[in-house]
Design a protein around this ligand. Structure first.
Ligand SMILES: [Fe+2]
Length: 277
């Protein structure tokens, strides 16, 4: 059944149609502070924080490696693609149809450590030190590492719905890391619902996993339509270049509409499981 999802992002209203079957959950809180990797952070009740993650040269290397991955995906699907003159800000000039965009992101949302000319293990160690727990980049249930490049064209519905990653079993014991790469600003950065990891299931109206469709695309994550309080008021923490937005997978986030009129947004998503002692 089609429903309109209405959210406020930094006090501005957005609406988009979602196809799916929606239900209220059980009276149960999924988030467990005692075992959460954010339990040592002073922002643990907000559910997210901003961390300095890269030096300037590390950031340049990472951005370059991401650009190379996008070029590789474009080469697969664009026959006369001019890789030499490509930069991330030209993405939406090259990718002008939803069909082509969907083919590109089919590749770029399913990458592994080995696809990057960047030392992911250094990052694992850095985040382990900051959060005070040991992490790994290997996700056991998926039997691989998993890195996603997110690409959102200007004024598009290249978004996933508001959701919690933790509804997927392999993302329950992880820390989410969202890294701005290009075109991330107050009009495009990832929105979050502060404190929403503390909302019990009976106060959340959502679909099942793989149960929501936006603009013809089915998403793995369930769509959260609203909470007991009504429509959600999300904010964009908007980390700067070199910083990372770190959050618990129980935090509601998503619907990252890109309101820039002529700039593609590119971001990187990492998920590091916590190693238990
Ligand atoms: Fe997510």
């Amino acid at each position: 059944m089609s429903k309109s999802c209405s959210v406020l992002i930094d006090n501005e209203p957005y609406h988009f149609d979602v196809d799916g079957d929606f239900f209220w959950g059980e009276q149960y809180l999924l988030f467990n502070e005692a075992s959460s990797p954010i339990s040592k952070m002073k922002w643990k009740d907000k559910g997210f924080g901003i961390i300095q993650a890269f030096t300037d040269s590390e950031f340049r290397n990472l951005k370059n490696s991401i650009t190379q991955n996008i070029i590789k995906a474009l080469k697969v699907h664009v026959s006369d693609f001019d890789a030499h003159n490509f930069s991330l800000d030209k993405y939406h000039d090259v990718v002008t149809t939803n069909a082509l965009h969907n083919k590109v992101i089919d590749i770029t949302r399913n990458l592994e450590n080995s696809d990057f000319d960047f030392d992911i293990e250094t990052l694992v160690q850095r985040f382990s030190e900051v959060l005070g727990f040991q992490f790994t980049s290997y996700i056991e249930e998926l039997e691989k590492t998993h890195i996603q490049i997110r690409i959102s064209r200007p004024n598009s519905l290249d978004i996933n719905p508001p959701h919690r990653d933790s509804y997927l079993s392999y993302y329950q014991n992880i820390i989410n890391i969202w890294i701005p790469i290009h075109g991330c600003n107050s009009l495009s950065s990832l929105p979050v619902l502060p404190g929403s990891h503390l909302i019990p299931e009976n106060e959340i109206l959502r679909t099942e996993s793989k149960g929501a469709k936006i603009n013809g695309n089915t998403y793995y994550v369930p769509c959260i339509l609203k909470t007991k309080e009504g429509n959600m008021h999300l904010i964009r923490p908007n980390p700067k270049e070199g910083e990372a937005l770190v959050f618990t997978p129980y935090l509601i986030h998503g619907s990252a509409v890109n309101k820039n009129s002529d700039m593609t947004r590119v971001s990187l998503e990492l998920r590091f499981p916590r190693l238990h002692d």
